[in-house]
Write a protein that binds this ligand. Sequence first.
Ligand SMILES: Nc1nc2c(c(=O)[nH]1)N[C@H]1C(S)=C(S)[C@@H](COP(=O)(O)OP(=O)(O)OC[C@H]3O[C@@H](n4cnc5c(=O)[nH]c(N)nc54)[C@H](O)[C@@H]3O)O[C@H]1N2
Ligand SMILES: Nc1nc2c(c(=O)[nH]1)N[C@H]1C(S)=C(S)[C@@H](COP(=O)(O)OP(=O)(O)OC[C@H]3O[C@@H](n4cnc5c(=O)[nH]c(N)nc54)[C@H](O)[C@@H]3O)O[C@H]1N2
Ligand SMILES: [Mo]
Length: 756
Amino acid sequence: MSKAPREDIDESAIEVGHPKEWAVGIPGVMVSLKRGMEQMGPVRTVRTLRLLNQTQGYDCPGCAWPDPLGHRKPAEFCENGAKAVAEEATKRRVERDFFATHSLEELDSKTDYWLGQQGRLTEPMVRREGTSHYEPISWEDAFALVAEKLQALDSPDQAAFYTSGRTSNEAAFLYQLMVRAFGTNNLPDCSNMCHESSGAALSETIGIGKGSVTLEDIGKADLIVVVGQNPGTNHPRMLSALEEAKEGGAKIIAVNPLPEAGLMRFKNPQRPLKVFGEGTSLADEFCQIRLGGDLALFAAIGQLLLEADAVDHEFVEQYGHGFAEYAEHLRGLDWAAVERATGLELDQIRRVADLFARSERTIVCWAMGLTQHKHAVPTIREVMNVLLMRGMMGKPGAGACPVRGHSNVQGDRTMGVWEKMPDAFLDALEKRFEMPMPREHGFDTVDAIRAMNAGDVRVFFGVGGNFVAATPDTEATEKGLRDCDLTVQVSTKLNRSHAVAGRTALILPTLGRTERDRQEGGDQFVTVEDSMSMVHASRGRLAPASEQLRSEVAIVCGVARALFGAQHPIPWQRFEQDYDAIRDAIAAVVPGCADYNRRVRTKNGFVLPHPPRDSREFPTATGKANFTVNEFEAPSAPKGRLLLQTMRSHDQYNTTIYGLSDRYRGIENGRRVVFVNEKDLAELGLSNGEIVDLVSEWADGERRAERFRIVDYPTTEGCAAAYFPEANPLVPLESTAAASNTPTSKSIVVRLEPRN
Ligand SMILES: Nc1nc2c(c(=O)[nH]1)N[C@H]1C(S)=C(S)[C@@H](COP(=O)(O)OP(=O)(O)OC[C@H]3O[C@@H](n4cnc5c(=O)[nH]c(N)nc54)[C@H](O)[C@@H]3O)O[C@H]1N2
Ligand SMILES: Nc1nc2c(c(=O)[nH]1)N[C@H]1C(S)=C(S)[C@@H](COP(=O)(O)OP(=O)(O)OC[C@H]3O[C@@H](n4cnc5c(=O)[nH]c(N)nc54)[C@H](O)[C@@H]3O)O[C@H]1N2
Ligand SMILES: [Mo]
């Protein structure tokens, strides 16, 4: 059992109110200002927010939703973007006295909330083997220490190099270059837990792992389907785009076990008149589905469209492959099984299929509600079957829209952060730098944890993120990290991954996206790619939190210089001095990035090529858009058990907990809650407000997360919900999605055990 820290949050003060039916109004704006004032004070709040998402400013470190081209509103950010910035631009500091006062053991007893609230990291720190505290270390000694430990390994494959998706393109490119020059492809990243399933399904069906729509397409669609996504909290600026589409006559379908406020009704803070009124009602159909029922739903929609012959035959004939087999497979669809899997009435499914049949421009958007299931990849393939049979690819207002998480998670992949980059990319690296690159695929996130536990990974290096808190099976991950010879965390703020340290542990503090990055060659900017393949520049303007901070680029170059010595074919020093040199290398290596330095300097940046979107070309094995046959699958829980999803509150960014208010769901002052349908409560003999342990049942035994308060909530029957990271100890390491190895964080079988 994981002894997750929780003492610093007084859960007995929790308040449970009613869920809200609308999102983003005046309270949203007030909250962002309040958090800004608490962390930054008034002057800095105004200065900071003024530059957010403006062409001369920095890219929001929140989500990956694109910025509008052309005219940007004076406040082109959302409540949660403002919180992300306040978290980074805070005036609070963690200095060397802090580490002298707080032992590692003490830090280990704190929640991520408490740790994050301490402020920005200010200088490199080391925990030496056998000691109880972190102590200061110089940058040069820190780099030498990393080099020494890496060189002492029997094989480069005994190190794993993690990335979280905030890293800029420049830093990501250099990082993967350093790791491969060292000799391994062990590049796990947060994407392995996030949209990996989307990448796998899209590559197979259309030949490229990215979404096919742009922001303008959203405005042109006549049907937008939002599946397994909570945009009101996680992509609030998407609501403005949905509102505009809706005003243009588009229909919206929401598919979700929870009636999320942002999907129901929206009040736009940028349009004051609307804020005081009723707002815009968004979803025309709300399909309150069972967890994991989406494959069944899209199979059913597909079959109804076939029956009605609502098929774009021209598209299917010209561009499709495998359509006949797909259609044949659906003919045997078991409608009773569809009802069981989805929990939806067939009448509603018919209405939804009818909306698809009548639509000329359909977009399907999705996020973690689809990607974090055992059958996530076949589910997304089934979504693609429906889009493809309707010809919704490579025309305006139509397509597939996996809405990414971290602000540059898509860019990091484009730059080569992947444990299994294609050979063509590695060939290009070899050609440019005239040195061999390793070819054997490396460890992804889950495999890296397994390898640590087996003693096969001895050094963990993380650029950003919070590996220990974000990954599944907390207990196994903690053990794996503690057993490492060295753990290195390149971070802006303290988190649990600093507290759960290897025998030797380093904290390397880095600049955030909002901060000025000055190198020998002058002030630098970086570039990022949003969820819709737009690449653009981001310039930090604030004074750095401490003079000792180094940029991620400089840290990677520092490690590389210590590791490889001065005589190395890769010009690390030049890269560090002037990021234009990195961009020239990117232009030579990364597909679609020719003339990178010039194009990222244009006002709105540029869009990366996407053959299916641009010209209906499908770079798949068959050269066509592939229809697929997907076996019927849906998770279920035995009697007396529930399926549990783990999700985000409105007041967190993944493992960064901004505060304790999940306003839209009516929860204040606490996080250890489990949302359960009232019928399930009656059946299980449990009551609202009771305190229970969540116990997950898996082939290799039970896992427990203690003391959650039951909240009677209108979620689908049989389907419960709790917040991550608190619920992460329940997700078994061995329970991952087929073909993407993504942890099944959205369907865990649990029982609720009352505390006596
Ligand atoms: N403010 C803020 N913004 C963020 C983040 C954050 O933590 N805070 N995180 C960022 C990251 S990394 C990501 S990946 C995205 C995540 O964005 P989301 O995917 O929106 O995040 P989750 O909170 O995991 O919400 C999953 C949604 O899917 C629904 N769902 C769960 N299971 C199922 C299912 O089986 N079927 C269907 N149809 N629905 C289901 C849940 O009820 C919930 O509404 O947001 C990004 N943006
Ligand atoms: N149970 C469950 N588990 C999940 C999920 C879920 O839905 N349920 N979602 C998964 C998903 S979608 C994702 S993406 C992962 C997220 O996994 P991660 O990306 O590993 O986690 P974050 O919480 O986003 O990382 C936060 C830390 O990043 C550091 N940081 C912030 N900004 C910067 C920066 O500019 N530079 C550097 N170097 N560091 C910075 C700070 O120290 C901060 O503490 O979690 C996954 N885990
Ligand atoms: Mo994510």
